[in-house]
Write a protein that binds this ligand. Structure first.
Ligand code: DC
Length: 234
């Protein structure tokens, strides 16, 4: 094995399946899943809850430096992929609310927020044995990752998947509204000035439109073995 930490970077647009796939890959390999979108979501939630105006870049960035966010293995059997604590409080489902969905792209475009969260992400990546899911992991946060995957899917398929996810939790889901939200986030995420969503030159692109979750997981595990990130029998 090389001295580069065993890191699998999974980037891709909203609802492309990064956390679902990432969780299963991590389970198979005995790695930790670090879903970085949760960090941006937690900062957005903190701003909404504390009445900090979302368009106040300086105050939102200050908040990103001040709050403590922890990602832990799931501690409830309610379908959560992991548990998110914000200053010690369980916000795992609160960060998935529509209000957070509507504002998180604005918050994650702020350079001050990205700088504050980047250090935390690199610290965890350096430990190795990690699957990191996000938008800029292979390009900005951890470009030295020995395996970079870019998960793609059409906006329609991604909106459909998000709908099913919400319905499975018994929450209302309007396909057209969700599709519009997915498209809006794509636009903001890929046109922002700082760390836009972009495919790393050396990333493996997987188009998931016609693949099952299991097929995507198997392909990433195969690539990880091929690159000697794991023992052959892991
Ligand atoms: O993956 P997600 O939907 O939970 O991400 C939420 C938002 O955070 C999304 O609008 C893009 C942003 N994000 C980012 O800018 N960089 C990351 N590494 C992860 C997420």
């Amino acid at each position: 094995m090389s001295t580069t930490p065993a890191v699998i970077a999974i980037d891709g647009p909203a609802a492309s399946g990064k956390s679902t796939v990432g969780k299963k890959v991590a389970q198979k390999l005995g790695f930790l899943l670090f879903d970085t979108g949760a960090l941006y979501r937690a900062v957005t939630l903190a701003a909404l809850q504390r009445g900090v105006p979302i368009d106040d870049e300086a105050r939102v960035s200050e908040l990103a430096r001040a709050i403590r966010i922890d990602l832990l293995p799931a501690d409830h059997n309610d379908g959560r992929p992991y548990t998110v604590l914000m200053d010690g409080r369980d916000v795992t489902w609160d960060i998935r609310s529509e209000a957070v969905d509507a504002h998180v792209s604005t918050v994650s475009a702020y350079p001050g927020v990205r700088t504050a969260l980047k250090q935390q992400q690199r610290r965890i990546a350096r430990r190795g044995g990690v699957v990191i899911a996000g938008r800029d992991i292979g390009t900005v946060v951890f470009p030295e990752a020995p395996l970079k995957v870019y998960l793609d899917a059409s906006p329609q398929v991604r909106a459909q998947r998000r709908c099913q996810e919400l319905q499975a939790r018994g929450e209302p889901a309007d396909y057209d509204e969700i599709l519009a939200g997915v498209r809006h986030r794509d636009r903001v995420d890929s046109t922002r000035a700082t760390a836009p969503l972009r495919i790393a030159d050396d990333a493996v692109i997987i188009d998931t439109d016609h693949l099952s979750i299991g097929q995507v997981v198997d392909e990433i595990v195969r690539l990880a073995r091929q690159r000697h990130l794991v023992k052959q029998n892991a």
